[in-house]
Design a protein around this ligand. Sequence first.
Ligand SMILES: Nc1c(/N=C/[C@@H](O)[C@H](O)[C@H](O)COP(=O)(O)O)[nH]c(=O)[nH]c1=O
Length: 362
Amino acid sequence: MNHQEYMKLAISLAAATKGQTSPNPQVGAVVVKNGEILGMGAHLKAGTPHAEVHAIAAAGDKAKGADIYVTLEPCSHFGRTPPCADLIINSGINRVFIASADPNPLVSGKGIERMQDAGIEVVTGLLKEEADALNEPFFHFIKTKTPYVTIKAASSFDGKTAAKTGDSKWITSPESRQDVHRLRHEHDAILTGVNTIIHDNPLLTARLPQGGKNPIRVVLDTNLRIPADANVIRDQSVKTIIFTGCEIDRSKAEELKKYNTEVFSFSANEVPIKEVLRNLGERNIMTLFVEGGSEIHASFINSGFFQQIILYMAPKIIGGNKAIPFIGGDGANYVKDAPALEFTEIEKIGGDLRITAKPLRE
Ligand SMILES: Nc1c(/N=C/[C@@H](O)[C@H](O)[C@H](O)COP(=O)(O)O)[nH]c(=O)[nH]c1=O
């Protein structure tokens, strides 16, 4: 195997932990000497050992004189675990290959400098793009301290998310809906609007054949209209946070708190998305899955507070000028004012298309 292949292995280890390490990045590491893989590891959960710790522990004394391939620049500061740069120096490793640089300007380059000062050869940027893509949500979170927002929509071929009767069961295939549960599992939180709660009474849990990690549920509900017996309240398998305006029935809010539910009221009678994202960021929620109705989707798109949209498009035609489009709101007056995206991935899934799009970078 060559340098790229060892780094690919480290990236695959990092990729396997998607959704488990928030608010930390996904990191993989591989220790190699004379073509023999002596150790490998991934960071499994925030607060637990970093990938380099696992890989070097597996290599033991043989790490002396070995190479290490790590997908993110080794940390140089005391977080909840000791600095990996020091561990690498003390292990006798004499060459370090790094894919991504640390996005935190306060620490970026410090670990590299310390290892170089100790006489270690450091090669940076090996498969940087691939490794960076894996940690796009982490880099966004470090930069903005707000969650990386993925809007998920499901529509017919003609862009409808429900028929004019309101019926929407089911537009997309069982395979597509199972893929949605994988995305729920991978996200820290899932957000919807009270209209979806009233209309669909969703659970919003991650129900995969092998189980799944339920994302924290977030409901935007300005006037606290949510039914007290809604599934997201009574289910209690995971916390539900309801964001409201200031004019709500306080006794109802008190009642809901008995069901693993938090009611957070803003000081004005509105629920500003920017403030919701700031609040979720302060709770170390790094990734947010917006499975809203068409009005919620419209408000996220019009505010520009989203990093990607995943549309599951089914080969069905619902039609009707009263049917519900998957993006609601007033819409653009002129095409030239329509938010421009770029398609980044198009996959066939269970007879549907899964189309991923991101806002065009200025
Ligand atoms: N109608 C459809 C969807 N509908 C999505 C939401 O309107 C539903 O309330 C939500 O998925 C229900 O969540 P649950 O109770 O946890 O299963 N979403 C999809 O991908 N395809 C559809 O055809």
